[in-house]
Design a protein around this ligand. Sequence first.
Ligand code: DQA
Length: 139
Amino acid sequence: MKIQIINGPNLNLLGVREKSIYGNSSFDTYLEELRKRYPEIQIEYYQSNVEGELINKLHEIGFSFDGVVMNAGAYTHTSVAIADAIAAINTPVIEVHISNVYKREEFRHHSMLAASCRGVIAGFGLDSYRLGLESFLIN
Ligand code: DQA
């Protein structure tokens, strides 16, 4: 099984950025643990702060991978273009968020992407990514 994890803007600063919301761990450290836990799954990782690059990555892997676990960061709330890219590809996408966006500012309550995704997971810290990945093991 091939799973692509995609992180959007500012998620390169995990472990540094707003630790009370996003935690102390860098994504690289978490990814290492996830790969150890699921050695049989090919887990690829991509991060970009640039909207068009996130779209290019979805196009690149979206016809050959088994699943995408995507945290589009703030683009979740704004990007018609990423929503269109998710709808355009064959590979199912799970939208994930580290924080419980529904407990936060109102502008974070709406996702432009969710309607094009298979499902949404929010509020479990970095484990939101593991839960997203595990959803592909049951579906
Ligand atoms: C986030 C929530 C978004 O509202 C925010 O812009 C992020 C991170 C999360 O993982 O909780 O950058 O997607």
